[in-house]
Design a binder for this molecule. Structure first.
Ligand code: AMP
Ligand code: MG
Length: 410
């Protein structure tokens, strides 16, 4: 199989995966999930015209000549129903959220009035009809579609669902994901430190990338570069919806992962993508499982997750937006690049005079995990590029769901 471009490989992965099934979850547990049903408004909100302020419900025509003195006929609190009509020359004291009484066509804020005695108030400004009234149904109208399937559930969406009294909502399943690391040289987190070994970081970095997507993966541990042991571990992994295998997908004589998964019935879709880091990426499918053979180099593994696994998993979970947000920045230094592969340079971002500046996070070797730990984003150097000069515009893919900064910025 020849090298695929990043976008062809992405397309191949996304064409292979589809949205999983649906399950009900309680409102309290739905944050971060994706709505799998259309949600309709079940009432008008507000249910009647209400006051937007504490003040007086009046006829705006009475306030043409100000100051004007009006009789107070009633006190209306939120939750009360008005009992009288506000005729010309009359007013009703009204609180925020209380129904506007019949007759009145405007509310005047208490700050613009002055009490004269218990039953009389002076209005000091004129107001237009509709002033400080929230109209019936302006928030939502009975029967209208307020949320569509595919909506990512944010705190704002939870608020809307609560106003619709949806104590339970239909959401898409999250895939069950397993992570397997491979390599004789690896020691796991609980093993005693052996100075000759390489600590298994990939299982945990991948775990964290999945947790960012709201998925709690199963960690299958470390399989030795031994065909029989690998087969046993891979069989376990194939019981999941998605299996991430780290390492052993390259061309070394002990890189057994690809031949063994093929012997277990995985249909290989591609191997090798024209990217840096992340070249020896493999992707295969069975009837029930998507298998990603991720390169063992820690940065490669994480970058391949970002570019291929995350969009696939997001699609499975019902998301319609699959990709990280990108922004345009200026690179602060030259970047050497040999054309042929798309390169993902780990960068920090700063803002200077209204533009973003991207600076590489030090040495960019595919084993240098600190370059990833320090990064705000991945700067994309297109495959055709022959290098970038300081000041050139670049596209940066943000890492992290939101882009936080160290000052408020306004
Ligand atoms: P491989 O893809 O198996 O040829 O491994 C490439 C490089 O990544 C080697 O230097 C491995 O030691 C390293 N590596 C493989 N798996 C892991 C892992 N789980 N954690 C950290 N480094 C790893
Ligand atoms: Mg290996």
């Amino acid at each position: 199989m020849e090298n695929l471009s990043v976008s062809d490989a992405q397309q191949c992965v996304l064409d292979s995966v589809s949205v999983l099934g649906v399950e009900p979850v309680k409102l309290e547990q739905c944050l971060g999930r994706v709505l799998a049903e259309k949600v309709y408004a079940n009432r008008d909100l507000p249910p009647y015209d209400v006051s937007a302020m504490d003040g007086y419900a009046v006829n705006s025509a009475d306030l043409v000549n100000i100051p004007a003195s009006l009789e107070i006929i009633e006190d209306i609190k939120a939750g009360d129903m008005p009992s009288r009509t506000v005729l010309a020359g009359l007013s009703a004291r009204i609180m925020t959220g209380a129904p506007v009484p019949k007759g009145a066509d405007a509310v005047i804020r208490v700050e613009y009035t002055q009490p004269l005695d218990e039953n009389k108030v002076q209005m000091n400004v004129a107001v237009k009809p509709g002033n400080d009234i929230r109209m019936r149904g302006e928030g939502m109208r009975n029967g209208e579609v307020v949320l569509n399937a595919g909506t990512a559930i944010t705190p704002g969406v939870v608020g809307v669902l609560a106003s619709l009294k949806k104590a339970q909502v239909q959401v898409y399943h999250r895939p069950r994901v397993a992570i397997l690391s491979t390599g004789n040289e690896l020691e796991d987190i609980d093993d005693p430190v052996d100075p000759d070994k390489i600590p298994n970081s990939n299982s945990y970095a991948l775990m964290a990338q999945l947790q960012e997507l709201g998925i709690e993966p199963a960690l299958l541990g470390i399989a030795r570069d031994d065909p029989a042991e690998l087969e046993e571990y891979l069989l376990r992994g194939l019981r999941f919806d998605v299996l991430l295998v780290s390492g052993g997908t390259s061309v070394g004589v002990h890189d057994y992962v690809r031949p063994i998964i093929e012997s277990l019935g995985v249909q290989m879709k591609f191997w090798r993508v024209a990217m840096k880091p992340g070249h020896p990426l493999a992707f295969g499918i069975t009837k029930d499982t998507f298998v990603f053979g991720l390169p063992g180099n820690p940065v490669s593994s994480m970058v391949c997750f970002e570019e291929f696994v995350a969009p696939a998993v997001r699609r499975m979970m019902g998301n319609t937006s699959l990709y990280r947000r990108t922004l345009t920045a200026r690179v602060t230094h030259d970047i050497k690049h040999q054309s042929g592969r798309t390169e993902f340079v780990r960068v920090t971002l700063d803002v200077h005079e209204g533009s973003y500046l991207a600076t590489a996070t030090g040495a960019q070797g595919s084993g240098m995990l600190l370059s990833m730990a320090r990064a705000d984003g991945l700067m994309v150097v297109p495959a055709a590029s022959t290098g970038l000069s300081a000041g050139e515009q670049v596209t940066v893919q943000l890492l992290g769901g939101s882009f936080f900064q160290d000052v408020p910025g306004f």
